[in-house]
Design a protein. Structure first.
Ligand code: ADP
Length: 490
């Protein structure tokens, strides 16, 4: 595929196996965040398109076109799709880097391998979904004997609403388990990054998925997204995005009590203890926050350092950052790319200003980089006090607050003081201490002597306001299944 030609073509919606224009005929531009220039125009779906896509997905569900396949047959489709993604890995990584701004090396060596692995991992689950037989006592029916068992059934039609920070990977995290479980889906990529989902749609057709099983609607949150959440024909919404929108979705879903799984914001604590391998911790802490320009829900944005090493760690991170090349994502040596959009850049810059105004000290960074594209310098604050927005709120940009602490008790309390609970990091050579602290941190993932390690097999999700449910691993399959009990009088 020639990327330039592909970008130029008319990008439509995937509904019922066909590429169709939006009912309204409206389109919107996808933009290169390194330059602010439009790179493609895509269809803008709204409620009318959502209705068509839901009908197609319901028809595919009821016809048994997907759930009627044997588990082995379903897994073959997922393996085939993984193979096709692998065969097109280079162009997909280039497209992701162009649309989102992320470094091409990260798109190529992190996002795409994880996408492929996710489809293969979930392909394996198709044939491992089982119910149980249950010995029941039925104390109200003495002498009667029953045979009881559970069936695992697909939840039905699922709306997958995904964010812009890892567009293809977030699509894979939801699509792969939903399809493995036998659901039919409507995928809505974020309006900032619609392109890889559309290319994925082409590969889904090439893989031979039956029509209507996967529908893809590009469009805005307040139109397409809201219509999907409000549609009575949708059984469940799986959402990844901001906590604010997550709460709106919870409220909207209350109307018909749609099932929900939510992967929301974070303000994760990365803790460096005095017995840590400090040099490794410095590199880990820098990566933990600045990878993907800090646009990672697990970003280690609160860095707690035991006092003895505080200055060394801050200096060390400054040195690491000085060597991280900033530039357009498609340049091979770029580590820090632009933020995804002008709005996101402005949001992050506002947080930085609020931090300065509140009296925090900016050790490095603290401003926009250049005046073309949406680049923000990696930024580190010290002298941060409780109550400052840079410490309490999710910034979703390359901004870290470094805070010294004295005791383990103190740092556990500080780490747990957030309303979020997505992830945490601990750097120590004391393995007992590491396990003991891991059990006390209120976070869905705790990394010890590493950071931002995710895997298709390892459940991922949040405590507290970071979300509901766990993606990946066996838990992800559960998100897309209903359990039915069947009871027979013998
Ligand atoms: P961000 O604020 O970082 O852009 P959002 O949480 O707004 O992230 O967006 C994540 C996804 O949710 C996107 O696909 C977006 O279009 C969608 N979205 C935004 N608002 C709504 C809404 N009210 N209902 C449903 N989906 C929405």
């Amino acid at each position: 595929m020639d990327l330039t030609d592909w970008l130029r073509k008319e990008h439509r919606l995937l509904i019922g196996g066909q590429w169709v224009p939006s009912v309204s005929g409206q389109t919107f531009a996808a933009e290169n965040p390194a330059t602010g220039e439009p790179i493609a125009h895509v269809a803008a779906a709204d409620a009318a398109d959502v209705d068509k896509a839901v009908q197609a997905a319901r028809q595919a569900l009821h016809s048994g076109r997907w759930s009627g396949y044997t588990p082995t047959e379903r897994s073959r489709f997922l393996f085939k799709l993984a193979d096709l993604i692998e065969a097109n890995q280079t162009e997909l990584a280039a497209l992701e880097s162009l649309d989102n701004g992320k470094a091409i090396t990260h798109a190529s060596f992190v996002d795409l391998p994880m996408v492929i692995d996710m489809f293969r991992y979930m392909a394996g689950w198709c044939s491992k979904i089982e119910g149980r037989t249950i010995p029941i006592s039925a104390p109200f029916a003495p002498g009667a004997r029953f045979h009881a068992y559970t069936r695992k059934e697909p939840t039905g039609v699922v709306g997958l609403i995904i964010p812009w920070n890892f567009p293809l990977l977030m699509a894979a995290w939801k699509l792969a388990p939903a399809l493995a479980a036998g659901c039919t889906v409507i995928l809505k990529p974020a309006e900032q990054t619609p392109l890889t989902a559309l290319r994925l749609g082409e590969l889904i057709i090439e893989a031979g998925f039956p029509e209507g099983v996967v529908n893809i609607l590009t469009g805005f949150g307040e139109t397409a997204g809201e219509a999907l959440v409000n549609h009575p024909g949708v059984n469940k919404i799986a959402f990844t995005g901001s906590t604010c929108v997550g709460k709106q979705i919870v409220t909207a879903a209350a109307t018909d009590l749609k099932k929900l799984s939510l992967e929301l914001g974070g303000k994760s604590a990365n803790i460096i203890l005095e017995d840590a391998d400090v040099e490794a911790a410095i590199v880990g802490a820098a990566n933990g926050i600045f990878f993907n320009q800090g646009q990672t829900c697990t970003a280690g944005s609160r860095l707690y350092v035991q006092r003895k090493h505080f200055d060394r760690v801050v200096d060390g991170i400054a040195k690491v950052v000085a060597n991280l090349p900033i530039g357009p994502g498609n340049q091979p040596d770029t580590f820090i790319g632009p933020l995804v959009s002008e709005a996101q850049m402005n949001r992050v810059l506002e947080y930085i200003e609020a931090g300065k105004t509140a009296g925090a000290r900016c050790v490095f960074g603290g401003k926009r980089h250049g005046n073309v594209g949406y680049f923000v310098e990696p930024t580190l604050f010290v002298d941060v006090q409780p109550g400052m927005s840079i410490l309490e709120e999710e910034i979703f940009g390359p901004v870290v607050c470094a805070i010294p602490f004295d005791t383990e008790e103190e740092v556990i309390a500080l780490a747990n003081s957030s309303c979020y609970g997505l992830a945490a990091g601990i750097w120590t050579r004391d393995i007992s201490r590491a396990h003991s602290m891991a059990s006390r941190l209120e976070a869905g993932t705790v990394w010890i002597n590493c950071y931002n390690i995710c895997d298709s097999a390892m459940p991922f999700g949040g405590y507290k306001q970071s979300g509901w449910g766990r993606e990946m691993g066996m838990e992800a399959i559960e998100l897309y299944m209903e359990t039915k009990s069947v009871c027979i009088l013998l």
